[in-house]
Design a protein around this ligand. Sequence first.
Ligand code: ADP
Ligand code: MG
Length: 582
Amino acid sequence: MDSYFFPDPSSAVLDAARGLASTWPQTLAVHESPLYLTATSPASERTVAIVSGGGAGHEPLHAGFVGRGGLDAAVPGEIFTSPHNRAIYEASRAVAKPGGVLHVVKNYTGDVINFRVAAERLAAEGITSAVVLVDDDLATGSDDTETGRRGTAATVAVEKILGAAADRGASLDELAELGAAVVAGARSLAVASRAQTSPGTGDPAFALGEGELEYGVGIHGERAVETITAPSTHELLERMVGELLDAVAPGEDGLLLIVNGLGSVTELELHAVRAAVGDLLAARDVTLSAALVGTYTAALDMRGLSLTLVGLQAGWLDLWLAPSAVPGWPAVQRCAPATAGAGRRAASEPSEQSESSGSSGSSGTEGSERGAAILARYAEDVDAAHDDLTRLDQLSGDGDFGDNLTGGLRRARELPGADLGAAADAFFDGVGGTSGPLFGLVLQALATSDTQAGPAGLADALAEALESVQRVGGAQVGDRTLVDALAPAAGAARDAEQRGGVAVAAARAAVDGASGTSSLRARRGRASYVGERALGSPDPGAVGIALLLVAIAAVDDPGGAGDLPSPASLAASAAQTGRLDP
Ligand code: ADP
Ligand code: MG
């Protein structure tokens, strides 16, 4: 089954062209038969028209690059299929200028032939044309193979730079020469962890095993020359950058980088890759003049990315930065000078603040023995329950709760004192999500009373914790949150104060409360979005609170706590059966 959202798969390319044109009516227009798009208000200084085209599936290339400062016309073929020579010929004739037509062609046999035939038909009518062949793909080897290197994402740089030059009145010969020089100075390298899927069948174009990567992949789902065991992303980028730098030399205007998504890689990943590549280049004393990051030459929905480096000769940076108005690329900027690895170093060194902040409410760096024992026990139990907590949060939320809780507790044990105050600090300063600050508040109340009153302060501490969680989050009992464990625990602790056994009573009530959330429909937090679907499994935050109170009971009243359910079984049975069976 395919998972594409084409209203009508048989007219996907035409539909997309119509959609683009109706969104950018002042920039481009669509001609339906044969299909091509033309710029509606090209710069008046242009004496040569620039026309490009190729199979669809690479968007925004080429249709999105039509407009002022870009292409005069784009001719899309069917998906991954060269446009017909008649469409190229008619589009070129429609936009031809006195100085002729420049064709920008990615090096694929079908495209090359169809553009060549179109050029002959134009010549027969007295329209001069020239071609810039883009063959930037480093993975397709040496200059002397029969078919040569494939044309990929460097096309974006070629079309942008040529567009700016054409806007300044460059002649056909000048443009052809400039285009060839840009191509000569540009190389790209692409990798993929999943092939693109077929719009017809939904099947990937090629299969990759778990942990495998296609290295040097093309943009049509051709397999790469090499399938590698996926290294770390950092190692992968190091290899790619190294190979590209062997092939591309920075010019007088420096170096341009394009980090290009192949269809299914997120912007978040692409920008993070951009930062890492900047660091890798800086470490080799190479600075970037400009960079472009995003999906500009896709391979349908391939999960992969490409890096392109272009050595910029004198004057090219100015052309790259020249204003343009096309739908597919943004206004670009000159890069800020990089400092090698600056971000990475700052992130891995502990900040002054977290080193010196000490513990809020506990007795400074000495910590409390009880608090340290509770933290140690709790951290151990939560570590053991990590996967179950994750699963519970997957059932009702986004699945990060296990990581949030274990991460916070691990950090807490590295802080001075490694007690409840350290835990409060760790959650306040370092744990996000909804649970981060809420567990911070709970732990802070417990830490304060721990240092002031020890076990005797537990009932007050739980009351204080409940009050602050409700003040901040607004949840009531019955909303299916951690309040459903915390509130019964606070109540039971208060009730037990006269007769004793506070810690065990609180823990038992918390476990029962957490268990009871299985039959509650969420009214707060992320779980409220899934409605009935969370019914049958307990709230992860409530289970996290139950585990905390069980840990406190184990420290405060080792004898009495023997009757309590083991924390591991608690979360495990909840995650497996949806019930919290003591
Ligand atoms: P997020 O939903 O941001 O991913 P976490 O996964 O870290 O948050 O934490 C989820 C837990 O937060 C839930 O299981 C629930 O117990 C708790 N929670 C959510 N909203 C509230 C609220 N308003 N008050 C108290 N607890 C809440
Ligand atoms: Mg979550």
